[in-house]
Design a binder for this molecule. Sequence first.
Ligand code: EPS
Length: 382
Amino acid sequence: MTAGESHGPELVAVVEGIPAGLPLLAADVDADLARRQRGYGRGGRMRIETDRVRFSGGVRGGETLGSPIALAIPNLDHASWTGRMGAEPFEEPPEALTRPRPGHADLAGGLKYDRHDLRDILERASARETAARVAVGAVCRKLLAALGIEVFAHVTAIGQVTTDLGDRALDEVRDAARASDLSCADPMAEQAMRAAILEASHAGDTLGGTFEVVATGAPPGLGSHVQWDRRLDGRLAQALMSIQAIKGVEIGLGFEAASRRGSEVHDAIAFDAAASAFTRPTNRAGGLEGGLTNGMPIVCRAAMKPIATLRRALPSADVVTKLPFEAAFERSDVCAVPAASVVGEAMVLVTVADALIEKLGGDSLGELRRALEGYRAQLRAY
Ligand code: EPS
């Protein structure tokens, strides 16, 4: 559960269900927060903020307690907004924002919540909220890493520019993406992406793109086929689709599977006697069959629309006067796909951690580890 407005005092989150005894430092979370802030194409706000987490519950002496973890990330920009974003009644009413921006939550949110100052909607709809998600994802990353599960993301397209990674190994892709401020593992494409962002910026326009999130080390059997809302592919799709500006999600081959024959879609099953485990020569299913993990890497992709705040705004109508207007431009990012890829990592981390704890339980990290070892022994003996 997260709360907080973009220009309010801070973003907060409460995380319930992380077992006791997990080593956790603010620095672990800050590293991911910093990754979300980088990326060529970010706007002026990122020069104001330096996101840092403060734990106010659930962590003591560098270890989790098994109690809810409460965390906060101050909005440094709030200092310029105290007269407009404080919780107490205003001394002087701030000017209402009555001009909804096409492509944002402004109009539908104003209609639904019966607010005529659209700031009451856009402050929470803002992608600023994703800093809190990334902080929660970083907590889940620590938990999953302790159990041998890793999650990384890389940008696969910005505008018309797409990456070509051939059959590069996953750990190479991860390391190359980590070293790139566009989270792009293909240096040639990265250069072209930078040029495309610069060109869009000069043209007063914005760019979308796609990214891929990969989770390795998850055991088979997370999620379940027995009920629609327990299927992990559905849960991952919801988690990724919930990120601001995401308009499409794929797992494995995704939409491409629809145009292939069955023999070119499904992954054959083999048995590796030395490892006493079933293996797959291909991973076109993206690690999920029947709503369950199958032991192969989980591979999800998401498509982000171009940011809706345009220098050359689209026509709209004022919610009070009902008159048409051309929106005034406020500062904006040109491209936030690299940042969204870090948020995508967080959403996959949270979803996989949730599925793992649901399957194995455990109040302490030791108990969770023993449960996982026991389950792995069951799989080897199958
Ligand atoms: C956002 C608008 C911009 C972005 C913001 C998301 O903020 P501002 O209105 O203050 O210029 O910078 O993103 C963040 C603050 C962030 O931390 O990612 C929006 O309307 O969604």
